[in-house]
Write a protein that binds this ligand. Sequence first.
Ligand SMILES: *[C@@H]1O[C@H](CO)[C@@H](O)[C@H](O)[C@H]1NC(C)=O
Ligand SMILES: *[C@@H]1O[C@H](CO)[C@@H](O)[C@H](O)[C@H]1NC(C)=O
Ligand SMILES: *[C@@H]1O[C@H](CO)[C@@H](O)[C@H](O)[C@H]1NC(C)=O
Ligand SMILES: *[C@@H]1O[C@H](CO)[C@@H](O)[C@H](O)[C@H]1NC(C)=O
Ligand SMILES: *[C@@H]1O[C@H](CO)[C@@H](O)[C@H](O)[C@H]1NC(C)=O
Length: 415
Amino acid sequence: MHKTTLSIFLLFQALLTVTSKSTIEPCTNSDTCNALLGYTLYTDLKVSEVSSLFQIDPISLLTANAIDISYPDVEHHILPSKLYLKIPISCSCVDGIRKSVSTNYKIRPSDTLSTIADSVYGGLVSSDQLKEANSINDPSVLDVGQNLVVPLPCTCFNGSDNSLPAIYLSYVVQPLDSLAAIAARYFTTLTDLMNDNAMGTTAISDGDILAIPIPACASNFPKYASDFGLLVPNGSYAITAGHCVQCSCGPRNLNLYCMPASLAVSCSSMQCKNSNLMLGNVTVQQTGGGCNVTSCSYDGIVNGTIATTLNPSLQPRCPGQQEFPPLIAPPTSVEKESEFAPAPSPSSQSDGTGGRSPTSSVVPSTGISGFTPANGPISGISSGASAASSLVKPLPTLTPALVLLLVKLMIPVAL
Ligand SMILES: *[C@@H]1O[C@H](CO)[C@@H](O)[C@H](O)[C@H]1NC(C)=O
Ligand SMILES: *[C@@H]1O[C@H](CO)[C@@H](O)[C@H](O)[C@H]1NC(C)=O
Ligand SMILES: *[C@@H]1O[C@H](CO)[C@@H](O)[C@H](O)[C@H]1NC(C)=O
Ligand SMILES: *[C@@H]1O[C@H](CO)[C@@H](O)[C@H](O)[C@H]1NC(C)=O
Ligand SMILES: *[C@@H]1O[C@H](CO)[C@@H](O)[C@H](O)[C@H]1NC(C)=O
């Protein structure tokens, strides 16, 4: 359905002479979704400095990039200039358009709107957008110390791509990029990228912002859970429930797997009611009719406590051991070819630490105390269809959003 919507917007875009194109998604709800920003570091920065640029949790930044957080003092680790990171953000609906508006930037001496836009935020925002969002009349006089709102591009598209759970990455096209190369790098197809971005041709230009679907594991938490709608991209981790629960996605299947993270000292009980199973525990029992699998799974944060569900199921065969996305060591240098590339696929990690399971490593030293899932993965969680189904309203209700967007586009801002 979003493909139709986007075609309409391509039309609007064509009417405007904009310097770079960006895929925009109209919206009607005040709901939010998980989204990613593709961001290239403009200078050496500590993990904590990158996370404060985007006002996100440093641990979430690390886990979203499958960086091992068990390294001592990992938040002060210095990440190298030109490193490409996926920044996990919350995507909201503002004035009928999907965008992230939770980022502020404090102006420093010698900043200009264009250095902030092009350099600090890597082209994810334009100076015109900064100017408009902050009602700046004269960009040549910026007040040092003043806080700027930094609107950032994101899309939700109902948390799905071709009816499968997906999270969308806002990617800034770099010099020498081609659409085919981007599609290959993200294991998607040209057709899919063109549909998602309502493109008539494969032509792209530096600075364009594309929405790239990344397969994800969907959660199936109840609507009243405070982490409702959690989506974890394939090959990565997410920390939720106040650093108490760690969820992972991939590599073998796209079933969300959550277990205790023990990052925080005070966590509510993670034991399933009426059982001795803890979050993430799975028991299997071969019976005549198949394999009797019982898993204790995470069901979101409800009223400030960790909700768990015991899922009994009968499966044709017993599941194997839970597998985890490989972790990488905190990067210290940028390989030439990975400069603008996404986090490398696990098989290509060559730093010698790739492939470590989170048994001892996805949490800091205070960590996880050698958790090894005794048995196979959970099969009862997966498919968060219901979790995502309310994200987009049917077409008719989009009309007000279209009007709003049109108004928005009249403002001479490079979208
Ligand atoms: C998830 O990632 C793994 C490892 O990168 C890959 O082998 C697998 O095909 C991916 N799954 C999907 C559905 O894209
Ligand atoms: C499956 O296992 C659970 C827990 O071990 C048990 O309560 C249930 O009776 C078993 N079901 C079958 C069909 O064996
Ligand atoms: C959360 O707590 C409130 C008041 O304590 C209660 O009314 C409500 O039913 C609780 N919600 C859930 C989902 O347990
Ligand atoms: C259950 O999970 C806990 C916490 O992750 C772990 O310490 C324990 O070894 C697991 N037990 C079994 C039987 O898998
Ligand atoms: C949203 O996605 C779910 C699956 O994740 C699908 O069942 C539903 O039809 C989608 N809704 C719309 C409006 O596309």
